[in-house]
Design a protein around this ligand. Structure first.
Ligand code: UGA
Length: 434
């Protein structure tokens, strides 16, 4: 069985490497030549632990190849994983034009039976459209099937998530498709849930939106803690002890970012609205999340009074730790607001500096980049913690304090113990706790 991966972005590249690691024969293809050239040389275009070593290993073993030729990849594959992106449109809905274009290409190159697997996050009912498109454009009477196999990997632990998944959701509607998918995931028989295709598609959006909802819920409680003597960390701990609630995704702070939650919650809202379902619950979650930035910046203002000409160290630029991804990162909006306020910002992140330079080019004295957290803190009037990298948890706070002009920390991720930092002489602000 030969597997073709169409689109070698985040999901596609990890899927290609992961399926090769399971022992399958995989070819990855992408319209961006640069990605394919790099991947063919064993270079990953994204920062993800273990990805490059497994990429190199499977290239060497001959299990994995990359090609710039989409037609050829389709012709030579039995199973095609569609991993192209579905960007967010102005109205929140997903732009499905890449999926449509790929469906047409598959139709044109349908030389023998193929199973087309939706791997990217797509709206419920997408398979109906793929089916219709392939049927409309195919030139011969060759049969094909569609399956939905949403991906649940998290950035930062993408490879280990793929190689050791909690669950494998397979949406199929024919015996043949079911058998093929079960064969691909033979190793994980006990973790497979088989559903129809609409259900599998919806499981993905429903999962991400539920997790986003959970984060906004704790951030709403954080607002209540701010106005009382309650502590959001302990509220979350107390709630999380109930196994029906669970402790995960109850970390209050600057809210969720990244390429998935913000986009998926809006897409699901739009899909529901188009069906006539009242989606206010999800719209509120999105609103609460967007408001987090304002709440945080207000704290900075409270600490500094005037933003203009204040030297501010910003620690953490990626949307979460262990990734260099800055898509929809809270840092971007915080930086914009402070930049507009006239502050002088010194930015640092262990991995995301290069990506951030494309959004905020170095522009001294307003925007500069530091080589370390300590360098960023030197002479600062305040230090803002935006992303909770372990490196920041382990900072030598005494050293940090000596470097700063004013020892003020505004912690957007609640990583420090208020009492401890205050004991060291810092003025300390966090979210949802005193
Ligand atoms: C998310 C899902 O967790 C994956 O299962 C899914 O496959 C992926 O989206 C996707 O659809 O591709 P990811 O965006 O990589 O993964 O990151 P998460 O670890 O889920 O974090 C998302 C955001 O929520 C981050 O900005 C994080 O800082 C924030 N977060 C998370 C909180 O603010 N509080 C929490 O308690 C947990």
């Amino acid at each position: 069985m030969k597997i073709g991966i169409i689109g070698t972005g985040y999901v596609g590249l990890v899927t290609a490497v992961g399926l090769a690691e399971f022992g399958h024969l995989v070819t990855g293809t992408d319209s961006e030549v640069d990605k394919i050239e790099k991947a063919s040389q064993g270079i990953s275009h994204i920062y993800e632990s273990d990805l490059e070593s497994l990429l190199k290993k499977n290239l060497k073993k001959g299990k994995l190849t990359f090609s710039q030729d989409l037609d050829k990849t389709i012709l030579s594959s039995d199973v095609l994983f569609v991993c192209v992106n579905t960007p967010q449109r102005e109205d929140g809905s997903a732009d499905m034009s890449f999926v449509e274009a790929v469906s047409r290409k598959i139709a044109e190159n349908l030389n023998h039976y193929k199973l087309v697997v939706e791997k990217s996050t797509v709206p419920v009912r997408t398979s109906m459209w793929i089916n219709r498109t392939i049927s409309l454009y195919k030139k011969s009477d060759v049969p094909f099937d569609i399956a939905s196999n949403p991906e649940f990997l998290r950035e930062g632990s993408a490879v280990s998530d793929f190689l050791n998944p909690d669950r494998i959701i397979i949406g199929v509607e024919s015996k043949k498709a079911r058998e093929i998918m079960l064969k691909i995931y033979e190793k994980f028989k006990d973790r497979v849930l088989i559903t129809n295709i609409d259900t599998a598609e919806l499981i993905k959006h429903a999962s991400n939106s539920f997790l986003a909802l959970k984060i906004s819920y704790i951030n709403l409680m954080s607002e209540m803690c701010e106005r009382t003597d309650a502590d959001v960390g302990l509220v979350a701990k107390g709630m999380g002890l109930d196994p029906r609630i669970g402790a995960q995704f109850l970390r209050a702070g600057l809210g969720y970012g990244g390429s998935c939650f913000p986009k998926d919650i809006r897409a699901l809202t739009k899909i529901g609205e188009d069906m006539g379902v009242n989606m206010n619950l999800l719209m509120e979650a999105d609103r609460i999340n967007l408001e987090r930035i304002g709440v945080f910046v207000e704290k900075v203002k409270k600490a500094l009074w005037i933003l203009k000409d204040k030297k501010i160290a910003i620690l953490g630029l990626s949307f979460k730790p262990e990734t260099d991804d800055i898509r929809e990162a809270p840092s971007i909006r915080v930086i914009k607001e402070l930049q507009e306020g006239g502050s002088l910002l010194r930015l640092y992140d262990p991995e995301a500096i290069e990506n951030m330079k494309a959004v905020f080019p170095e522009d001294p004295p307003q925007i500069t980049y530091a080589q370390s957290a300590y360098e960023a803190a030197k002479g600062a009037n305040a230090l803002l913690l935006i992303t909770e990298w372990d490196e920041f948890r382990n900072l030598d706070l005494k050293k940090l304090k000596n470097l700063m002009d004013n020892p003020i920390i505004v912690d957007g991720r609640n990583i420090f113990e208020p009492e401890e930092v205050r004991k060291l002489g810092f003025e300390y602000y966090s979210l949802g706790r005193k």
